[in-house]
Design a protein around this ligand. Structure first.
Ligand code: UDP
Length: 450
């Protein structure tokens, strides 16, 4: 390559040689499937939460890495645009399957065959070839398994919620339970790899679903720059908090399993000498007539019954763009869930530098380091939760130290770019493995010569 007359400096030769020896990797096209969790939906209401954000932020992060990502979801409203382009290489595609109206996830199963056909039509009409499918939640897992067997492409699956764990805590099972358990078993045994978002989720899958199948632990991630951009003083001013008021924050959907009842009961038990020193903020919930109306009503009645109306603020669902101010203003963020496979709210609060008090359950046991980045408490236990809240109200310095430790942990464990890189590497290894096994199959059938 080089001559005596024109000699490249060493570093340039090195780069040239390296680029010539590196095979050109085509931009792979991935299909993320999230039938009931529209990546473009507003979070905190109508059942939209962590899964919607997981899919969207993964799509955007992969697109930043040069991938082509289409995120497929079900159309819930005739006025919704069919395609939303979020960034170069990343879009939401809404397919019609069943009536174009909101349908509760427990009632969606019968419409899935239509979703599969709509997906195949879309692929054909647009002349697209997808290299891998990543399904989210069991409904999309079923869709993904149909596509995987028809197209011979690898499938990755993320559960977001494991029926076998969720149902353990329920007295009466929904009608769909048997189908869900069967599909969740098949997802683990038949897809190419399952992503567990925490070691606890992996244990649950092994103990309650199947001993077979591939599982890789890759956590959820958080946009650290976004959630750390507001400082506490300006956030408190922005939200109009009085100087002496400490903010106890809950962020999330209104769903019985989120344990908001336990939090409200805990606040009612806080020592009387702390009275007037705190305000409970409940962030989330549809504004009117949403699927969570019943749970919101139940919590509102409880707040009134316990005499907490004046010290409780119901904000309704708050957009992601506005949330950093709430996390930053808070003296603690409480996650009182009865079941939580991961719990994005924990790492968002940590990224904002806020101490977290969480139930000792699911993924929260991994994200929140007890006594270091926050406190872990037993579930459904208002007394223990009240004690933890009082501890941080009485000792704001400890709360601050825990918040700072949480911010460091969010950087080292949950950054979007690092998590997307892990998932991207997983995809690429499965695509390569699939190619090898397809070629071996063709060879053995004598379709190609060696
Ligand atoms: N969320 C939001 N606005 C709200 C309430 C919640 O943007 O008013 C977001 C929150 O920031 C988080 C997600 O909804 O990203 C909830 O995810 P998590 O994993 O904590 O719970 P899930 O909804 O998956 O049960």
């Amino acid at each position: 390559m080089t001559s005596k007359l024109f000699r490249l400096p060493n570093w340039e030769t090195e780069i040239l040689e390296r680029s010539l020896s590196t095979p050109i990797v085509p931009q792979h096209r991935y299909a993320l499937i999230s039938v009931h969790g529209d990546p473009s939906a507003q979070l905190g209401k109508d059942g939209a939460g962590g899964q919607n954000l997981y899919v969207k932020s993964l799509g955007l992060s992969l697109a930043k890495r040069g991938c082509q990502v289409d995120m497929f979801t079900r159309r819930e409203d005739a006025d919704q645009p069919a395609i939303i382009q979020h960034a170069n290489g990343c879009r939401t595609i809404r397919l019609t399957a069943g009536p174009t109206e909101f349908i509760h996830r427990d009632d969606l199963f019968p419409y899935l065959p239509e979703f599969v056909e709509a997906w195949l039509d879309f692929q054909k009409q647009n002349g697209l070839i997808y290299d891998l499918i990543h399904s989210n939640y069991w409904l999309s897992g079923w869709v993904g398994m149909q596509l995987r067997s028809r197209l011979n492409i690898p499938q990755v699956h993320t559960y977001h919620s494991v029926g076998a764990v969720k149902y353990k805590a329920m007295n009466a099972l929904p009608e769909i339970a048997l189908s869900r358990l069967g599909v969740e078993w098949a997802c683990l045994e038949q897809t190419d790899c399952v992503i567990a978002t925490s070691p606890q989720e992996k244990n649950d899958l092994r103990e309650l679903v199947s001993e077979h199948g591939q599982i890789q632990i890759i956590p959820c991630s958080v946009d650290i720059d976004h959630f750390s951009k507001v400082d506490q003083a300006s956030a408190r001013q922005q939200l109009g908090l009085a100087k002496h008021k400490k903010m106890i924050l809950y962020v999330g959907r209104f769903d019985e399993r989120k344990g908001i009842e336990t939090l409200v009961r805990a606040c009612a038990q806080l020592p009387s000498e702390l009275k007037d020193q705190w305000q409970l903020y409940l962030v989330g919930g549809s504004r009117k007539g949403g699927v969570d109306t019943e749970e919101q009503q139940r919590i509102r009645s409880l707040v009134t019954e316990l005499g907490l109306d004046a010290v409780t603020t119901f904000t309704g669902a708050i957009a992601q763009s506005e949330l950093p101010a709430y996390y930053a203003a808070a003296n603690m963020c409480v996650i009182p869930s009865y079941y939580e496979p991961f719990g994005l709210v924990a790492i968002e609060a940590m990224a904002a530098g806020t101490a977290v008090i969480a139930s000792k359950v699911g993924g929260l046991q991994e994200t929140v380091l007890d006594g270091e980045t926050g406190l872990l408490v037993p579930i459904r236990n208002p007394e223990a939760l009240a004690e933890a809240i009082a501890k941080l109200l009485n000792d704001p310095q400890s709360a601050q130290i825990m918040g700072a430790a949480g911010a460091r942990r969010s950087h080292s464990h949950y950054s979007q770019s690092a998590v997307a890189e892990k998932i991207h590497l997983l995809y690429e290894s499965l695509i390569a493995k699939n190619r090898v096994s397809q070629s071996a199959k063709q060879l053995s059938l004598g379709l190609v010569s060696a």
